[in-house]
Design a binder for this molecule. Structure first.
Ligand code: SAH
Ligand code: SF4
Ligand code: F3S
Length: 482
């Protein structure tokens, strides 16, 4: 596809604007007749990119005259933005869709929409069609920007609307957006994935890689900063291939630098980086840009070269470790995190030992660990898999133990030290009422005698667990010592 064709045309976007206006008229009429504004709820599963899409869904719903509410119970429209990455995620969604049938019985006018990665699979859209007849709208990731048209069709009498065509994918710029968080902002810089790791469904449900124009990304970031956001998260399935599809003279490191050079007091994080494409230039950029967080989420998946090859990851444990060494040298104190799949088909005890060794060699601050889940249509789902579940479970638990002890040791190293954190929300932890995050991405519970939410705070670390640091606002520490 040529880069020009990737963008949804201005005419097509204008048509959706028109549909939004028409739905708004319908909802306005309802309000005039009943004295009540229609309400909507968007439930979201999966990765941060899905969260970013959900912000667009909410933006469109508000433009269509819905008032957003915080749960499904009283909503006139419920939109579920789904994830297909593991079976567990799909089961949770189906369970929740099932539960909605009760509400629909009481209120047949309720609109139930299921969108995102799950229905983008033929098998799932069929299942939703046949087994969940009360679901009104079913749409895949590529149809997100056509949500207004689907709502209009439904509200003007069509019984069910399906929009689940398989396509390489487009970029729809300028969609309405409703942000939930005023402190942290999510910006998709690219969509899709070309990597086809053998276990992964994402390339099938998200289409080919397509990068937004650097100026569009910068515009979004500026808008977030103007709203007072203090943390910018640049999102893509593999941000390191940003720009490759497009011919922009701007790779991910260049984009990261441009974002970091914008004026203001903020921190920039990004995810995810595929190790095969993480360059020295990227690490040099993190080192050079003060606003780039000193952290790197670099999913390794396995420590065994044989398994990495079967996974189609295209790096080795050694080349991965080289990158880690380079990053440590250039960005002192950098915190690494990773994703690991346990029980990939054919994983032997020896392969698993190599993963444990690698985890120890890197010394991750934390890990996201998953048990392999076969995804229909991916090569790994057809691979011979004879490891009993109990063995996978035991490996999984062992890896968690190893990681917890590493996290505990690394976290203990912060005790007594001063760190900078961004105070995000209230917490439920006694004595440490604020949830915060350190520059290196550590979850921090913060104690402060002043209102700090939304601010960067210098804090002294008092204690820790394997999962978090507990710290006191340095101003209170100074007061205590007077
Ligand atoms: N694009 C990102 C991650 C996408 S999915 C990346 O490449 O890192 C997030 C994580 O889910 C993956 O890193 C992987 O560890 C896990 N995952 C993906 N497919 C899976 C499967 N079929 N079974 C178990 N875990 C899986
Ligand atoms: Fe999936 Fe691999 Fe793409 Fe990540 S890089 S989304 S794991 S195919
Ligand atoms: Fe899930 Fe889709 Fe993200 S499958 S992990 S929501 S890209």
């Amino acid at each position: 596809m040529n880069q020009k064709d990737v963008f949804v045309s201005a005419e097509a976007l204008a048509r959706q604007e028109e549909y939004m206006a028409r739905v708004e008229v319908i909802n306005e009429r309802y309000r005039a007749e009943t004295g009540r504004q229609r309400t909507a709820f968007v439930d979201c599963y999966g990765c941060q990119q899905n969260e970013a899409d959900a912000e667009n869904m909410r933006g469109m719903l508000v433009r269509m005259g819905y008032a957003m509410i915080a749960d499904e119970k009283d909503a006139d429209a419920v939109v579920i933005n789904t994830c297909a990455v593991r079976e567990h995620a799909e089961m949770r969604v189906l369970g929740n869709v099932g539960a909605l049938s009760h509400y629909k019985k009481d209120r047949p006018d309720m609109i139930i929409a299921v969108g995102g990665c799950m229905p983008q699979q033929e098998r799932m859209s069929q299942k939703l069609k046949r087994s969940f007849p009360y679901v009104d709208l079913v749409f895949g990731t590529h149809a997100l920007w056509r949500l207004p048209e689907m709502f209009y069709k439904k509200l003007s009498g069509q019984r069910r609307v399906f929009d689940v065509e398989n396509e390489d994918g487009h970029i729809a710029e300028g969609l309405p957006v409703l942000r939930k968080d005023n402190i942290r902002g999510w910006v998709s810089i690219m969509y899709g994935c070309n990597n086809f790791c053998s276990y992964c469904i994402v390339p099938y449900v998200r289409g080919r890689e397509r990068s937004r124009r650097p100026e569009d990304v910068i515009k979004d970031v500026k808008e977030l900063l103007a709203r007072g956001c203090k943390e910018i998260n640049l999102l893509g399935q593999n941000v390191n291939s940003y720009g490759r599809d497009s011919g922009y003279d701007c790779d991910f490191s260049d984009l990261l630098r441009q974002v970091c050079e914008l004026p203001g007091d903020f921190i920039v994080r990004f995810m995810t980086s595929h190790p095969k494409d993480a360059t020295h230039k990227l690490i040099d950029t993190i080192a050079a840009c003060e606003k780039a967080a000193p952290q790197l989420h670099l999913p390794v998946q396995s420590g065994s070269d044989r398994i990495l090859k079967e996974m189609n990851r295209r790096y080795t444990a050694e080349s991965y470790l080289d990158l880690i060494r380079y990053a440590r040298e250039k960005v002192p104190g950098i915190a690494f995190t990773s994703d690991i799949i346990v029980g990939f088909p054919g994983e032997t005890e020896e392969d698993f030992e190599k993963t444990v060794e690698l985890v120890k060699a890197v010394g991750y601050h934390s890990l996201f660990t998953f048990q392999f889940s076969p995804r229909e249509g991916t090569p790994a789902a057809k691979m011979h898999d004879d490891t009993p579940h109990e063995v996978v479970q035991a490996r999984f638990e062992r890896l968690l133990d190893v990681q917890n002890s590493i996290s505990q040791t690394l976290h203990e190293g912060y005790i007594g030290k001063e760190i900078r954190v961004l105070a995000e929300t209230e917490s439920r932890v006694a004595d440490y009422p604020v949830s915060a995050r350190s520059d290196g991405g550590r979850p921090v519970y913060l104690r402060s005698s002043r209102p700090v939410i939304g601010e960067f705070v210098r804090a002294r670390v008092d204690r820790c667990s394997p999962w978090a640091l507990y710290a006191t606002d340095i101003r209170d520490v100074t007061d205590e010592s007077k």
